[in-house]
Design a protein around this ligand. Structure first.
Ligand code: ACO
Length: 310
């Protein structure tokens, strides 16, 4: 049993004790978690759309079955995460209503179009690569159900990242046209992937409190740097050029320096003005409406069964 006061709550966090659904927690902690976990869930669900676009056009049966499995994994991640949000008292219906009305946020990255098969490689390599860097530390975050959900999610993301890199490698070892498709995909996905880690630390309104509560373990800029440092040698191995003239190894810092992303584009995408925001929301609303009969049938079935009980 926990004493319901903030100092002892913070002491438990500092001592590395996990917070569980029935434990006392400050209202702000609960709200921040519901915000982050639901945004994360929405990202997984909306994240199925850019890749779903290529399931029917995958170049081989093997690539198609891998992509299908991957997109299904994303659906599963969304469901674990909605369940984690429910342990905090959030109603799934409300979370979905907020997504469908455009009130809720989801990751900026999923508002860009997938124009060629190489984009599926670039998403796996860069976007799932970013997701792992962000989510491995979340396995150690302070809220038990979120931390535990992340363990399996990260294992699956590692497979997603490798399948993406494998697509890129195959294209880069292929014909000149295939190599230029790979380069074009990198050119379009690089900056959105860099920005996916969130605003610069000085513009990140939630970081300080979230880090104190160990809802976040690293800042946005720290994770962005890690992503860049990890990805540059992979691009070199592929023989591709990262579209940032400011990218340069800094021996003193032992990190890559990099150019400034277009933050105006980032905020515009978050506000709903990205290239695919409207299309993504329309697809989610349609899927929800098309599924209404399944929910009605499941409810009717449950009611019938309940009546049959002696
Ligand atoms: N896309 C959309 N919104 C974003 C993004 C982004 N890439 N980055 C930041 N934001 C939003 C934040 O949600 C916040 O908005 P809010 O206060 O209205 O909720 C605002 O911009 C300011 O940013 P921060 O203060 O830095 O927000 P936060 O501390 O929540 O950090 C981060 C953002 C790093 C994304 C964090 O929430 C996080 O680690 N989330 C869990 C992982 C996740 O959601 N990943 C989604 C994509 S991974 C995948 O699905 C493959």
């Amino acid at each position: 049993p926990t004493a319901p006061d903030e100092p002892s709550f913070q002491q438990r966090i500092d001592a590395g004790i996990k917070i569980e659904p029935r434990d006392w927690m400050p209202e702000g902690y609960r709200k921040t978690l519901v915000r982050q976990i639901s945004q994360h869930a929405h990202s997984e669900i909306v994240g199925q759309l850019p890749e779903g676009n290529w399931i029917t056009r995958a170049p081989t049966l093997r690539r198609k079955s891998i992509l299908l499995a991957k997109v299904q994994d994303e659906a599963g991640h969304g469901l674990y995460l909605y369940s984690a949000a429910e342990t905090l008292g959030a109603a799934r219906e409300d979370l979905l209503t907020d997504l469908h009305s455009g009130r809720a946020k989801y990751s900026s990255i999923f508002n860009y179009p997938t124009l060629s098969w190489a984009d599926i490689g670039a998403i796996g390599w860069l976007v799932d690569g970013s997701a792992i860097i962000n989510q491995i530390p979340l396995c150690r975050c302070s809220y038990g159900p979120y931390a535990r959900a992340m363990v399996r999610v990260c294992k699956e993301e590692a497979f997603h990242q490798r399948q993406g890199f494998d697509i890129m490698l195959t294209l880069c070892r292929g014909t000149p046209e295939q190599r230029s498709m790979a380069q074009d995909a990198l050119d379009r996905w690089w900056w959105p992937s860099v920005m996916m880690h969130g605003p610069r630390d000085e513009d990140s309104v939630n970081s300080a409190q979230s880090m104190q509560w160990k809802i976040k373990l690293h800042s946005n800029d720290e994770l962005r740097q890690k992503f860049i440092d990890q990805t540059v040698p992979q691009a070199e191995f592929l023989g591709l050029t990262i579209p940032d003239p400011g990218l340069k190894w800094n021996a003193e810092r032992q990190h890559y320096d990099y150019g400034e992303p277009n933050w105006q584009e980032f905020w515009n995408v978050i506000k709903g003005g990205g290239p695919c925001n409207r299309e993504r929301l329309r697809a989610r609303v349609k899927a929800y409406e098309d599924g209404a009969w399944v929910r009605a049938a499941a409810l009717a079935h449950a009611e019938k069964r309940a009546k049959r009980q002696p």
